[in-house]
Design a protein around this ligand. Structure first.
Ligand code: ASP
Length: 329
């Protein structure tokens, strides 16, 4: 049976089109089908080592508008493909804006046994119609990674760098090299069609896949909101979250991007204690660009809000999945 690499399209700038080829900003994301994007990748066959390609459009969106249902659709398609023995790995073309959340989500919901194969998410900062699109090279690099010896887990490839889902973050609104892995650094580089891995593949989280995707598809996802603690902050925002407007789901969790080591303005903290007393789960992270809450553990000490060693957007995914898992029968 010949091996295959599956390309799943989610939309994004990589599939974007502008009226003028010179316009790298005024374009519409999610216009070009992933099958057409594949035709624009020079050297794809070489990168794939002659393996067959299968492509499928999962959705066609600007990833700033991503919905939970899009995550679910993607996770289900990835899971189905990875389970096939002939599939070597999956490449996902995705918008850059929420790519790190999608990567983290997949790394938490795909069962560890399936994550023994690679899911490589790639993107572009210039639309497909650009005079100098970066998408084709990123797709070729993603193909190289997906077919590299030992590749596993949820990975991100952009601008020649390979990142792990746990650490990757978009750090620039325009630069082609828009992603960074902070203090952890990238896992490796793709150079001239070859992967140079610095320290081996990241370990797959053995607790991944605890949330049942079928259950998630049948129920409403728990509503988890993010707020930032800052100078002059007050409790009004938290108090307003506790009153669900007609048609809105009640809030089940709040992630606070705290100052420094995850500290929270005393007035916000007082309001959060009221929220917690009403059954809302509260998690705190650091709003600092580097590092994480020191002393972060999934178990809060008595009276403390639980701290996550994650960015606020990834902590939101984590808390949402934790609440969903707790309420699953
Ligand atoms: N707004 C676009 C998206 O996330 C940006 C991009 O892909 O670079 O879909």
């Amino acid at each position: 049976m010949s091996e295959k690499v599956v390309f799943l399209g989610m939309g994004g700038t990589i599939a974007g089109k502008a009226a003028q080829a010179g316009d790298n900003v005024g374009y519409t994301a999610g216009q070009v089908a992933v099958s057409a994007l594949l035709d624009s990748v020079p050297g794809l066959q070489l990168a794939l080592g002659g393996r067959a390609v299968l492509s499928e459009q999962v959705c066609q969106i600007d990833s700033k508008d991503l919905q939970h249902a899009d995550w679910l659709a993607l996770a289900q398609r990835v899971r189905q493909h990875l389970a096939l023995p002939e599939v070597r790995g999956v490449v996902v073309t995705h918008g850059t804006d929420t790519l790190e959340e999608t990567a983290y989500f997949l790394s938490r919901v795909l069962p560890p046994v399936l994550q023994q194969k690679p899911v490589v998410i790639t993107c572009a900062m210039r639309p497909a119609s650009s005079l100098t699109p970066d998408g084709p090279a990123n797709m070729a690099d993603a193909a190289t990674v997906a077919t590299s010896e030992g590749a596993r887990g949820v990975l991100v490839v952009c601008a020649g760098k390979l990142h792990a889902a746990a650490h990757v973050q978009k750090v620039h609104p325009y630069r082609v090299d828009a992603f960074d892995s902070g203090e952890a650094g990238p896992l490796g580089m793709v150079e001239e069609g070859r992967l140079r891995l610095f320290n081996g593949w990241p370990a797959v989280n053995s607790e991944a896949g605890l949330v049942n995707l079928e259950r998630l598809s049948q129920s409403d996802w728990p509503r988890v909101e993010i707020l930032v603690s800052h100078g002059g902050a007050g409790g009004a925002l938290v108090r307003s979250l506790l009153i669900a407007a007609p048609g809105d789901a009640p809030v089940r969790g709040i992630v606070v991007a705290g100052t420094g080591n995850g500290t929270i303005h005393k007035d916000v903290e007082a309001a959060l204690r009221i929220a917690r007393a009403q059954g809302v789960r509260v998690a705190r992270v650091s709003r600092c660009a580097y590092g994480q809450v020191v002393g972060a553990s999934t178990q809060a000490r008595s009276g403390e809000f639980q701290a996550f060693g994650l960015s606020a957007v990834k902590a939101r995914v984590e808390l949402m999945l934790a609440i969903a898992a707790d309420t699953q029968p």
